[in-house]
Design a protein around this ligand. Structure first.
Ligand SMILES: C[S@@+](CC[C@H](N)C(=O)[O-])C[C@H]1O[C@@H](n2cnc3c(N)ncnc32)[C@H](O)[C@@H]1O
Length: 211
């Protein structure tokens, strides 16, 4: 696992710039914002938010585009370069309060946070790099009871298969996603993006509430 983590970190450190350009073109930010506006993730001025596997922070930017204003957001990722590119990007974006966002580098399987720290966790495209049960149980550990996890896994699709090859991950079958999710969370929502949204070509959303 340590070896795989190192290779993944090296890979994303190398591609951070190009990957970020692609993400800014593909409309993920707008799709995340529209989805988040359609639900109540229970965020207030005292809330703590974690973007687990944030990469360069597109999901965090979508979150702020939806108008939320928590106390602090942590962007968490293996890749230093992705985190620092994200920080620069937040500073240039008028909808994203860079001073309220802290980047933390590390492995999602060993989050350096106490139990129940977060009110909301966003996680897109990262649990495909780790055993699903271990990843979900670690996210559940740092989420407070009743807190929400917005989990955006890769769905079976041609685009998903291409991404799997290009980005060197292994998607989890959706019945397994449901089964493991139900171990730690209640599944309170399931969202399919519109076919006109690029995000919908490869991803779906599970809205999970910590038991
Ligand atoms: C496909 S990118 C998704 C990034 C971002 N969530 C998004 O939607 O644009 C996957 C990210 O997961 C990170 N990652 C992979 N394995 C990880 C791990 N074990 N712990 C923390 N981050 C990890 C990579 O460094 C990369 O930034």
């Amino acid at each position: 696992m340590a070896e795989r983590g190192f290779k993944t970190q090296e890979f994303y450190d190398r591609i951070a710039d190009a990957h970020n350009v692609a993400l800014n073109l593909n409309g993920y930010r707008g799709s995340v914002a529209r989805y988040l506006k359609s639900i109540d993730p229970g965020i207030g001025p005292e809330s703590y938010v974690l973007d687990a596997g944030s990469g360069t922070g597109i999901v965090t930017m979508g979150f702020y585009s939806a108008g939320f204003s928590p106390k602090r957001t942590i962007t968490f990722d293996l890749s230093h370069n992705s985190l620092s590119l994200g920080r620069d990007q937040f500073r240039k974006d008028r909808n994203t309060p860079a001073t309220k966002i802290s980047p933390v580098q590390g492995n999602i399987l060993k989050l350096p946070f106490a139990e129940g720290t977060f009110d909301l966790i966003l996680s897109c495209g990262v649990l495909e790099y780790v055993p699903l049960d271990n990843g979900l149980s670690e996210l559940a550990r740092v989420l407070r009871p009743g807190g929400k996890l917005i989990f955006i896994p890769i769905k079976p699709s041609i685009v998903g298969a291409v991404l799997e090859f290009l980005y060197k991950f292994k998607k989890h079958p959706l019945p397994e996603v449901r089964r493991y999710a139900e171990t730690y969370f209640r599944i309170v929502g399931h969202h399919k993006f519109r076919i006109t949204e690029t995000m919908g070509w490869s991803k779906v959303v599970f809205l999970l509430e910590k038991k």
